[in-house]
Design a protein around this ligand. Structure first.
Ligand code: AMP
Length: 285
């Protein structure tokens, strides 16, 4: 396995990807904010298997953090990340500086209505504008590709898919399953912030989703009942504060009252000061 080539500028990254496509090769792209764990690695492996060239980006995007959010504390480990990229046989890593991605005076952003106004968007009003802007920029740098995102950030996947359709972006968005720790917690860079006690309290998110799945299997199709059961479970945990618990349509993200076919149970819960999200697709068994 060869060490991946590291690119720091948009121009050099674009040239690499253009060259690959000119040689008839497909490009798989995995955008990340680094601090890579098995969740990211699962996306990279999938992209590796489905494409001739694998490009991973590592960029802690300032525009998706709101005022008072954790950009300063956000974990950064470029050398560990490069080892992970080597381990999955990535061909190229794009690791630009904030200055390279956002020139002074930048004043063009990608905004989306409707889908960004619900769930996390209601609590983080500028978050998806930052995500969509950076992802659009990354897609413009990398060019036509298959791009891999985790179901862990379900709303993010839906919002990015919508942008790709609405703006005719030549990218195929692939959503990959959530990778969990053996005890059920969804892997996340933010799990590093949790104390030992909070780490065990944080299990209430995946447990709540398991309760919803079980109740549905037993025949309960009313979302209100499933939401109540999930809220009830989480509210028993002292350090937990619910931002939202919802059962929504998988594409529109609007609340559903009765689960007919498929729906998504989605939740955001603060454990102490750490905000965690998780979700499960209901009705796909
Ligand atoms: P991040 O570095 O947090 O921006 O995440 C980069 C990508 O990895 C996003 O598409 C996430 O949805 C995905 N991801 C993060 N955690 C997980 C996980 N536990 N399972 C699957 N994908 C994940």
């Amino acid at each position: 396995m060869a060490t991946p080539e590291v690119f720091k500028t948009c121009a050099a990254m674009r040239e690499y990807c253009d060259g690959a496509r000119a040689g008839g090769m497909s490009v798989g792209f995995v955008p990340t904010m680094g601090a890579l764990h098995e969740g990211h690695i699962s996306l990279m492996r999938r992209a590796r298997g489905e494409n001739d060239r694998l490009v991973v980006s590592i960029f802690v995007n300032p525009t998706q953090f709101g005022p008072g959010e954790d950009i300063e504390e956000y974990p950064r480990d470029l050398s560990g990340d490069l080892d992970s990229c080597l381990g999955v046989d990535a061909d190229a890593v794009f690791a630009p500086t904030a200055r390279e991605m956002y020139e002074p005076g930048a004043c063009t952003f990608v905004e989306q209505s409707v889908l960004t106004e619900v769930l996390c968007g209601a609590f983080r009003p500028t978050h998806f504008k930052g995500v969509l802007t950076v992802v659009a920029k990354l897609f413009n740098v990398v060019g036509p590709c298959r791009a891999y995102f985790g179901q862990k950030d379900y709303q993010q996947c839906v919002v990015i898919r919508r942008m790709v359709r609405d703006l005719n972006v030549p990218v195929e968005v692939v959503m990959c399953p959530i990778v969990r720790e053996p005890d059920g917690i969804a892997m996340s860079s933010r799990n590093n912030y949790l104390s030992q006690e909070e780490r065990s309290d944080a299990l209430c998110l995946s447990q709540a989703l398991a309760i919803a799945k079980k109740r549905l299997k037993q025949g309960e199709r009313r979302s209100s009942e499933l939401v109540a059961a999930m809220r009830n479970h989480i509210n028993n945990v002292k350090s937990a504060t619910i931002d939202y618990v919802a059962v929504v349509h998988p594409d529109t993200l609007q609340p559903v009252s009765v689960i007919e076919d498929r729906a998504v149970a989605a939740l955001a819960v603060r454990i102490g000061s750490t905000r965690l999200i998780d979700n499960a697709i209901l009705g796909d068994e």
